[in-house]
Design a protein around this ligand. Structure first.
Ligand code: SF4
Length: 165
């Protein structure tokens, strides 16, 4: 079973119970707020514009390379499904990550490497102060995601569901 299929199976089995758990709901809402904060910062600094150029360039070099989709494990894909981001299932361009669409990454909840990599062009464009603010926002997002995942992992484990690592 693929990681995405596993994520869907877990949601099919436990979705309503997970939604009813106050700790999980709160942590997911906090995670989403931190995602919105760092995405908002990327957007306001026009950083996404740079990423879109690479994502849409025929033959251009995208930092989102084929195989990166395999880093994604069931819980992180569950976060995307719960936040209504449907992962792309058809590669848009040979050599690119499966989740990379014409406007860049189609996910909302992203893996640490995806969030922590900033290409030299982007760093030069934003400058040290803006990059520091962005890195701090990303750090908060990752921490919030980790707290939600740990809580979800404990919940699943306590309900006898252990096949999701
Ligand atoms: S940022 Fe998105 S598209 Fe890029 S490698 Fe990560 S998951 Fe794939």
């Amino acid at each position: 079973m693929t990681a995405l299929a596993k994520a869907r199976a877990l949601l099919a089995a436990y979705g309503p119970a997970l939604a009813a758990d106050p700790d999980l709901s709160r942590l997911l809402a906090e995670y989403y707020q931190d995602i919105l904060r760092s995405h908002g910062l990327m957007r306001s600094k026009l950083a996404f514009d740079s990423c879109t150029v690479c994502a849409g360039n025929d033959g251009g070099a995208s930092c989102c390379f084929e195989g990166a989709e395999d880093w994604y494990y069931p819980l992180l894909l569950m976060a995307n499904l719960l936040l209504e981001a449907e992962p792309l299932q058809q590669r848009q361009r040979g050599g690119d990550c499966m989740f990379n669409g014409p406007l860049g990454c189609g996910l909302v909840a992203r893996y640490g490497i995806c969030l922590n990599f900033f290409c030299p062009e982007l760093c030069a464009r934003l400058g040290e102060t803006e990059m520091l603010a962005l890195r701090r926002a990303v750090g908060r997002e990752l921490r919030a995601g980790q707290l939600w995942e740990e809580c979800l992992g404990r919940w699943l484990w306590a309900h006898g569901e252990k096949d999701w690592l």
